[in-house]
Structures are given as C-alpha cells and as structure tokens.
Design a protein around this ligand. Structure first.
Ligand code: PLP
Length: 410
C-alpha cells in the first residue's frame, strides 16, 4: 500500500478558513434574508485595468493564428514581462537585477509555499507572527515545523517572532540565530510596515548570522510613505541574503488571472552540510523546470500591460480608492474607541477587540448582531488572538455601512 506523507496528519483537524466559511454558511441558512457585509476578506473587488484585458484578448487571438500560435513558454517567464518588471519595479528604484534573477509565476502563493522544496528539512525557521499562514503550513508539510501544540496553537520547531501591541506590531530581529526567516511587509494581517532603517537591521542580522530571508512583498504597491522600502533590495547587502516574492493579485486585480514573480539574486547562496555554497537561483530554476511549465502567455501579456501609461493610471486609481477606504475605516474604528494598526501603507487594518473578547467571539457577535463579516485574528497565528482583521477591499459604501452597524452593537 502507498504510504502518505504523515506530516500532513499533524495539522489540527479543523482548518481556520473552512471553519470560518462553515460558521458563515450556518448563519446564512438560519438567516436567509440577512444582508451580510464582508469587510475582512483579502480578495480585491475593483476590476482590473481595461488595458490588461485588451492585451489578454489580443494574446488569446494570437493563439488562434498559425503564424502567432505559442505552446509552452519559457519556465522562467517571457522576456517582455521580465524586462518590464526590471525596468519599472527595480531599475526605477536604483536596483540592478538581471533577467535570469526573475521567475514569473502564477501568483505568490505557489512560490511562497514551494520555496521550501530547495531547503533542507532540518533548517530552523523563524516567522514574524501574526502573519500569512502559508509560511508555517508549507513547512509543516515538510516536517520542519515539528509537532502541533494545541494548548497554545503553536508548532514546536517554529521560532515565533511575536509582533505585539508593545512593538506596534513591527517584527524585531531575534536574539538567537535562525536559518530561514519569513518577513511579510506590508504585513498581512496587521498592515504594518518597516522603514528603511528598521529593515536594514534585519538585513544586517541575516548577513551576520547567515540567515536566509524570505521576503513577501505581495502588498508593496500599497506603500505610500517615502521612508518605507518597496523592495528588500533597496537595502545594501540584501541580494546576498534575501529572496523576494511579488504578486500582481492585489496590485492589479489579478487574483483570478494569476500572475506574480519571485526574485532570486545570483549572489544568494545556501550551504551544503559540507559547507559548499550552492546558488539558490540555480536550484530554484532546476525545481521550476521540473514542477512548473510556465505561467500562461495570456496572463503574462495582461501583466505586461500593467506598465503602460493607461495601466499605471488605472492601478493608481484603484490603489487610491482602497487606501482612502482604509483611511476612513480606521477613522471610524478610532471613533468607536477601538485600537487599530495598519491601513496606511496597506489595505489591512488590525483591530483590537473590546474588553478582551476573543477573536472568534467578536467574529460571531458581529456576524449575528451586525451582520458583518470580519476575519478573526487567530487565523494568522497565536499572536492574533484578541484581534480581528479588516480589509479595505470592499466598496466604500459597504465599509461605511458595515462600520455603522458595528458601532451600533458595540
Ligand atoms: N502573500 C501574502 C502575504 C498574501 O496575503 C497573499 C494572498 O492573500 C499571497 C502571498 C498570495 O497571493 P497570490 O497567490 O494571489 O499572488
């Protein structure tokens, strides 16, 4: 009989997001007429720029013509998109990267989860928490996270770097060394960011300790403050210690289209047990050539169009819309007397529940009393207990109405 990967059996029986869906569904069944408003969900709602759709239509039509038909594309992505990324995302910020350092993918989730394939099972990992659950879960599947400890919702081999009210939800480098470190900035779910000087401390830590930083910048497009870096490579030395993940999902309404990219500088290496330095760029290329056949040509043409003047204008408009929404949401939350973080360089607002109410209790109360769906903070790790995540991805009318309802039941 085939044997399963038993690391999968270590996951707790209930999965947070399906638990949440079940609770919402049972509410819907018992309250079929309720007008539910969702202000916690991490999916965008503004449509993608028209110029991207037009580019995708043209690309699709090319595939119907014998002269322009394309089959498999390059695993790393087409040059036209890689060149646009290098020019608009990196050269414009004074960062010099070569085309072979960019890997186009079908969204950041696959690579943030898959990167662990090229790292030994017994590396120890540090995770700034609360954060995007994929980082820990993908390590659980490899056996690297250890054993689940239900009493505190933690994994025995994970070095949690707590982001708390006391640190303004900003992660701080640990005293001990870790092999692999996950940073997500701007952070999902707390919306917090680090300034250049603060991020430099992490790069210095990584260089000093030979730590690999896995830097998830899926929300970098929301950054407005001049002193907050968009890329970790804005910090000198980061090419020697960091992999960066980017996504067009939240930037350009591509959550359904699927396109993003991972940057692995040629200077970055990790070691064998014998101490030989191995290029992670080469290992990832090998891994991708085996497990990935490239992102759809159509999606890549759509992503390329993001960098046209029309694309840039449409994206700026969407960003302004979400960020204005975040600002007025945060104002309304403050007026209710609740403490909150984020919402400035991020679509996410992290709200402390009143009177020490648990995340799930507050979620249920808002669902039943205000008919508003928020996301319980515990879904993002043990440090999320006592908080909920709000997201500015809904319409301004919806967020206004939802927060009015919340205020009326607090
Ligand atoms: N990284 C973070 C921090 C996210 O919040 C998400 C999605 O919510 C992703 C990565 C994955 O995005 P995608 O796969 O759509 O690019």
């Amino acid at each position: 009989m085939a044997l399963v990967n038993e690391h999968f059996l270590k996951f707790p029986n209930s999965y947070f997001f399906s638990d949440m869906a079940k609770r919402i569904n049972s509410f819907r069944v018992t309250h079929p007429k309720a007008n539910l408003l969702r202000i916690g969900i991490g999916d965008v709602t503004r449509p993608m720029p028209k110029v991207c759709a037009e580019a995708m239509c043209r690309a699709a039509m090319e595939l119907t013509d014998q002269k322009t038909f394309r089959g498999y594309g390059p695993e790393q992505g087409y040059d036209f998109l890689i060149d646009a990324i290098l020019k608009h995302e990196y050269a414009s910020r004074g960062i010099s990267l070569s085309p072979s350092e960019i890997f186009i993918n079908d969204g950041a989730k696959g690579d943030t989860g898959g990167i662990v394939d090229i790292l030994r099972h017994d590396n120890n990992i540090g995770v700034a928490t609360p954060t995007y659950p994929v980082y820990i879960d993908s390590n659980v599947m490899w056996g690297r996270a250890g054993i689940y400890e239900p009493e505190n919702g933690t994994w025995s081999n994970v070095n949690y770097l707590p982001c708390t009210e006391e640190t303004d939800f900003k992660p701080r480098p640990p005293k001990e060394r870790v092999d692999i470190l996950y940073l997500c900035l701007p952070n999902n779910p707390t919306g917090t960011t680090l300034t250049k000087a603060e991020l430099k401390k992490w790069v210095d830590y990584a260089l000093k300790n030979d730590t690999l930083i896995l830097f998830d910048a899926a929300y970098e497009r929301f950054i407005q403050s001049n002193d907050v870096p968009h890329s970790i490579y804005e910090i000198r030395g980061a090419k020697k210690c960091a992999i960066e993940f980017r996504s067009f999902s939240k930037t350009a309404g591509f959550t359904g289209v699927r396109c993003g990219y991972t940057v692995i500088p040629k200077e970055l290496s990790a070691s064998t047990l014998e101490g030989e330095a191995i290029s992670l760029n080469q290992l990832w290329l090998r891994r991708q050539s085996t497990k990935f056949n490239g992102t759809s040509y159509i999606a890549q043409r759509g992503a390329e169009a993001i960098y046209t003047p029309e694309g840039i204008a449409a994206i700026n408009e969407n960003m302004n819309y979400y960020l204005q929404n975040a600002t007025s949401m945060r104002k309304a939350i403050t007026e209710m007397g609740l403490k909150s973080w984020g919402g400035e360089n991020s679509p996410y607002i992290w709200v402390k529940t009143p009177n020490g109410e648990s995340s799930w209790k507050f979620f249920e109360r808002m669902l039943y009393e205000a008919n508003v769906i928020v996301t319980p903070g515990v879904g993002f790790g043990p440090g999320g207990e006592g908080f909920v995540r709000l997201a500015a991805f809904c319409s301004q009318e919806e967020s206004h109405e939802a927060l009015k309802r919340i205020a009326s039941v607090l």
